[in-house]
Design a protein around this ligand. Sequence first.
Ligand code: PA5
Length: 428
Amino acid sequence: MLRLDYEHILSFVDPKDLDRQLGSARNAHRLLIEKSGPGGDSTGWRDILIRRDEALLQDIAETARRIREEADILVCIGIGGSYLGAEAVIQALSPSFSRNEGSPEILFAGHHMSGAYLQELLEYLDGKSVFVNVISKSGRTLEPAIAFRCIRQHLEKHFDDADRRIIITTDPEKGALNTLHTTHGYKKYVIPGDVGGRFSVLTPVGLLPIAVAGIDIRALFKGAAATLARLAPPEDNPALLYAAIRSVLLQQGLSIDLLSVFEPVLCGFGRWWQQLFGESEGKNGTGLFPFVAQYSTDLHSIGQYVQEGQRSLMETFLMVERTGGDLSVPEERGAGSKDLDGLDYLARRSMETINRAAWEGTAQAHTDGGVPNMTLWMQEISPVCLGEAIYFFEHAVSISGYLLGVNPFDQPGVEAYKREMFARLGKP
Ligand code: PA5
């Protein structure tokens, strides 16, 4: 189960302010659970956990099995909430230098506008057995739409059964993907109308690619559902505490929240968190700017700024109790070997211990440098624990949005760049 350690916050926050915000967080919690707050009709991401659709999970598992048997590559086409969740979970639960057994290579496309990337991808697909999962709730987002047109043509040119290699995940009825579906008869999964993109990782949006990667989607679900149940009572609720602390710090004038991870496989999770918080909070001129840092790598780049730059930062460490690796620093070999690299003081110490010391040292140094920080502990990097973390942050950001007085479930600002871009491209 997740554990929130907020010891390093206490010297920055007046307990009376925190109590007051916790009271408001409890009200916000009631609004979320009763669906009576702004955007209350967009909280279907809770309902899918409360009433688990066994038939859908079975269907996804069956499609995943077919793809795993036949594909060399699955290309997932989508952007924002239509790809970040899948990428987060797959990266966290796959080996860093290979793939889970029996899994095809999983590549992403349509998550930016780079023609060079797309061209290289098309060349890379040549001669390989390719399946495609195109994911777009609206069915009209330009980046995935262009990628899908290019990759669909590749499939139609190279495979007689191109249509059965394409799986679409989209709105129940609306959008261009539904039009294409009607003509081609693609296999289709529906994104529930009451689940927004950034909250959709536990719908077919995330579940199909995750299942193809050989990850236990039921365990992911189990972790999320257990956390929903655990966070149902407002008392002793770490998600409310997390939201309340952030809110107090925002009111003190802080403007940036760093999510810092000490395991590189959690970087994708950080990017998912970044979208979840950025799109949910950043409106009406308020919200903490979310930024992901990978430590200790980034301690050697932005670390200087975090320690001594403008004091506008707070930090959340996402840590793992048991990382699974058992590598230790080796002793120097050979008779008469000398401590030439000066590392003998670490010989036989595990990398987990050393990484833990890096976290402890960083948390203390950042506290001393004026950066309030807290740590969310996952037990391990497993489907259950990732499910727990996914629900924890979804719940917390909803509370946080309500504390800010915004609708956490819309994203009107995303349209602005599209309007400008389409005007330049002469979209009819
Ligand atoms: O969270 C969101 O709503 C957005 O990030 C969308 O997921 C993203 O813009 C992609 O939209 P669509 O799925 O409609 O293509």
